[in-house]
Design a protein around this ligand. Sequence first.
Ligand code: HEM
Length: 525
Amino acid sequence: MLAALKSLLPAVGALQLLLAVTALMLVRYYFKSGFWHQLGVLEVKSWRILFFYTQSEYPGYATQEIYTMCREKGQPCAGFYLCTFPTLVAVDLELIRAIVAKDFSHFMGRGVSFDRENEPMSANLINLEGNEWRSVRHKLTPTFSSGRMRAMFPLVSACAEEMVAVLRTQAAPGETVSMLDMSARYSIDVIGSCAFGIQANALTEPETEFRVMGERAMRFSAIRLLSFFLPPRVSALMRKYLNVTMFDKDVTRFFNSVFEENFQFRQQSDVKRHDFVDLLLEIKNNAKLEEGADGKDSTGLAGNIDDIIQAQALVFFLAGFETISGTLANTMTELAHNPDVQDKARAEVQRVLAKHGGQITYEALHDLTYLEQVIEETMRLYPTTSNLPRIATEDYTLPIPAKNGKPSVIQKGTRVVIPIYAIHRDPEFYTDPDKFNPDNFTAEAKKARPKYAFLPFGAGPRICIAIRFAMMQLKAALAAVLRDFHLEPMKGSKDYPPRFRPGTLTTKTYGGNKVLLRPLTDKSA
Ligand code: HEM
């Protein structure tokens, strides 16, 4: 029977399978109706949830609808049942704090299905759970310390200066530049340099292989995205019979070979670049020292240390590419459309540069506090992750009584969604929430707002590990652009305010963030 199915599947095709799975999910949805009601949790029945799973619209919209419904009804959370598992949308900020921080031991994972045996690259920090995650996180954390960032800054700064040099050649009068494209090339060059120890040259050669492969790595078809969040046994069947892997095989092969080549070179040479390759090498050497008699690292890592190290290098790419390029591109679009903000940010850059001998140094970045507000406001409006996923790794009693006032116990395996996009657009926390206003992030404004009302990097022990690295990259690039250019909106553009694109893992907008650039010397002339 199985053999017959297997031979049929290629003919059936991914799309048909997806339709069949969707139909099954719908049936299951109706079967399970009342599930949340019985638990005393507000139950959601909206067709939008299907769009959420099939990624046919920006996933922030479906959870925003649920968020608004909860707020109107005074409920801390709501649940829906689809795709064979129950999902809870947490709305109340105290409940969110409990899930991501206070009761973290019940929610240590994101619930992503992966196959370590056949795809060692998928056993990365983002996907790992439990003690293994804890161990890898503990080993990687020092990699992002401020001392390490300071040492790495020259590599990042070189890419920022290269970007403005390329922009200078592109900023012909009246010609628009796609800031999304330029930011992607910058981000690729930074990752190539810092995580793989190579010159990717995406800024000077846009179609370089590193970039092409990088963009392929980030392209997840609907079926691939769906497979991440299905129960492990269903994903395993999809892998076996449909060949649905987490990463494209060519992509894995490419990144493996680039990393291996440079890793071996570093092992055999005395070259030190103070980049992630050096630091991963250190982790490997320390792990070897800690190796137990069974050949496994004694600190809780399962599997081969070389595979573990390689998986983390790839995660720097996966987690660091589109998050940076999208945020950078959206910040530049907002600066182009908000000339007052742009003038104020540039005045700050000029003032700070004068104080630091005319150089964009690591220390100078710390003084760019208004620029930081501008970046934070961009991340509020365009959070790279619209919804933060968690999975209950144990049964859990909700700390806030739900609908019927009685304690509600959610079962192990329940998915939890923290609706970041909706929280960031809540008028209770941000007046005129759709308006770009960096004053939302003055020290006073931040103090007056609950901590969990701003979650661009997530929160709790699984918060983004690379916040310092991310801010350093963003500030270095923006300071160089503001120093050298005036940004203006594209004439007659219909892409502002930007609309969000469906079907992407990180938040993306339509239009490619096109702006007009005027070299500052021309402007003052
Ligand atoms: C604007 C830039 C960035 C944003 C907005 C961002 C945002 C996030 C978010 C929302 C999470 C999930 C946190 C949670 O579940 O609570 C995350 C996790 C993570 N990020 Fe970032 N990120 C950015 C840049 C980067 C960069 C540049 C890197 C690496 C070089 C990186 C590496 C990671 C890793 C490894 C995790 C998983 C951490 C764990 O599970 O322990 N991120 N990031």
